[in-house]
Design a protein. Structure first.
Length: 121
């Protein structure tokens, strides 16, 4: 029988290097993302992406949030985020708890396509 630590020697690197961790680089479908954005995101971020409530970031800003890598944006969308100086935070999954990891990747693909951010995986 092998010592208990030999299993850990295999599992820990898998988790640390992302084999078992959620992938930030799941390919998104911008067309599906547009439908999700219109249902779950537009109320705060606006049709034009400029933000329709105080504190919602302008997705069109040249040096705005879309300069961040996909991994950061996916984490913020998934877990919620409060921008510095914002009076309120974005809730996890934009308040739509039914969004899947694929849905979030689709929304991000749409946002990058529609509002000009580049893919930063």
């Amino acid at each position: 029988m092998k010592p208990w630590y030999s299993l850990h020697a295999f599992i820990i690197p898998l988790i640390v290097f992302g084999t078992l961790a959620p992938k930030a680089g799941i390919a998104g479908d911008a067309k599906k993302g547009a439908a999700i954005y219109s249902q779950s995101c537009v109320a705060c971020h606006g049709i034009d992406g400029k933000g329709s409530i105080p504190g919602a970031p302008d997705l069109m800003a040249k040096n705005g949030v879309l300069k961040s890598p996909d991994s950061v944006l996916i984490e913020r969308i998934t877990n919620g985020y409060q921008s510095k100086g914002s009076p309120m935070a974005m809730p996890p999954k934009g308040g739509n708890s039914s969004l899947t990891t694929q849905d979030i990747s689709d929304v991000l693909a749409y946002i990058r396509q529609r509002f000009g951010g580049t893919d930063k995986r």
